[in-house]
Design a protein around this ligand. Structure first.
Ligand code: SAM
Ligand code: ZN
Length: 353
């Protein structure tokens, strides 16, 4: 971690500022091994392998911790950073554009291997604080921790150990994996300053009946419970036909349809033609993610609308992405009154049940 993170980071129990203690290893401006101490409630948090660790079973639910552990397996299997992620990221968060990130203080909720952290940092963000609940933070730190404007923190989105300092908060493909997605959304938006903005991308319920009725039961009963290596051949069983249909059928069909407008739209065409441009490894990683996640909600537009139905949000955009997911963005005009609120256990179970 960089010492400059101290101006952002707070205690997860009392929200007091933290100070560095017992630094035992450092490399240049990176503090690798140390403690973060709260002088108010006396809590201490380790900085280990360069990453502050502010996750505690006292404040996080076991389901979210388990999700973090599962995704760490997935991202370590699909660890590469790829130039293609730039376009994919801005497709996901459109209408947000690269130039909107310049000089901004950005919060990334659920960073995985850091593929979007890198993009935001390289778009000229002033600082990017990227959090994830799982040990995947080690991979994110190895991938992007060296960038001068990047801070990787291990923490639960429900209990963000951060001050309200952000101009922009975003989350791609994360909130629907939390036990309580809405609580995660509220927690991250609470840290945005007045005049800042938020953008999230979520799995949609619309058009995804086949996943909800076929894949989710399989995932819940079986594939999210088996060890990572055993999942590999099962993921292949789905990836091979998916890859063949997406690349061999949907991409050429979509091209043909541009000329012959009378051709009917096929089931799931927009999404399959989109991923048909990816290589096998990337499609395998998408399948693997769908199978390994212990929790995955497919969220209807009405639920997304209810999250954004707040007086303090303006310039709202809720966009159906590839006809199977939702991108939702807004400007935040005002901060909520409970400015010092910490996540409370009873908040963790109120929606989506
Ligand atoms: C599908 S991955 C997406 C990662 C990244 N946004 C990307 O698109 O590359 C979901 C990530 O969310 C993280 N996650 C899930 N629940 C979380 C929570 N409660 N707090 C922080 N991170 C969480 C997981 O550990 C995982 O790395
Ligand atoms: Zn404290």
């Amino acid at each position: 971690m960089k010492e400059s993170l101290l101006s952002f980071i707070r205690c997860i129990f009392c929200r007091h500022e933290l100070s560095l203690a017992d630094i035992s290893a450092a490399s240049g401006s990176e503090i690798l091994e140390a403690k973060l101490a709260c002088n108010n409630c006396q809590a201490q948090f380790p900085v280990h392998n360069g990453v502050p660790r502010l996750v505690s079973t006292q404040v996080s639910v076991k389901e979210d911790l388990n999700t973090g552990a599962k995704f760490a397996v997935s991202w370590n299997k699909f660890s590469r950073l790829d130039a293609r992620y730039f376009k994919q990221f801005f497709d996901w968060i459109a209408p947000v554009k690269p130039e909107d990130l310049k000089d901004k203080v950005v919060l990334e909720a659920g960073c995985g291997k850091g593929r979007h952290t890198q993009i935001v940092a390289e778009c000229g963000a002033q600082e990017v604080v990227a959090v994830d609940i799982g040990d995947v933070v080690d991979l994110a730190y190895a991938n992007v921790g060296h960038l001068p404007n990047v801070h990787i923190v291990q923490s639960d989105i429900n209990v963000l150990p951060l001050a309200r300092v952000f101009d922009f908060a975003f989350s791609v493909g994360v909130l629907h994996h939390m036990l309580n997605p809405r609580c995660g959304f509220e927690s991250m938006t609470k840290l945005v300053k007045a005049g800042g903005s938020v953008c999230v991308w979520l799995y949609g319920r619309e058009n995804n009946g086949w996943i909800v009725n076929v894949i989710s039961p399989l995932r819940n009963a079986f594939t999210s419970k088996i060890p990572g290596p055993a999942l590999t051949p099962i993921a292949w069983l789905f990836t091979v036909p998916l890859y063949a249909v997406a690349k061999g059928l949907m991409v050429p069909y979509a091209r043909m349809q541009k000329k012959a407008k009378w051709l009917p739209e096929l089931f799931y065409q927009e999404y399959l033609a989109y991923i048909g441009k990816f290589d096998f490894n990337e499609i395998e990683s998408i399948v693997y993610d769908h199978l390994i996640a212990p929790v995955a909600y497919y969220i209807p537009r009405s639920e997304v609308e209810s999250w954004f139905n707040q007086k303090r949000f303006t310039n709202k955009v809720i966009r159906w992405h590839n006809k199977n997911s939702w991108t939702a963005c807004a400007k935040i005009e005002d901060v909520p009154s409970d400015s010092t609120a910490t996540a409370k256990p009873e908040m963790l179970f109120f929606a989506n049940k």
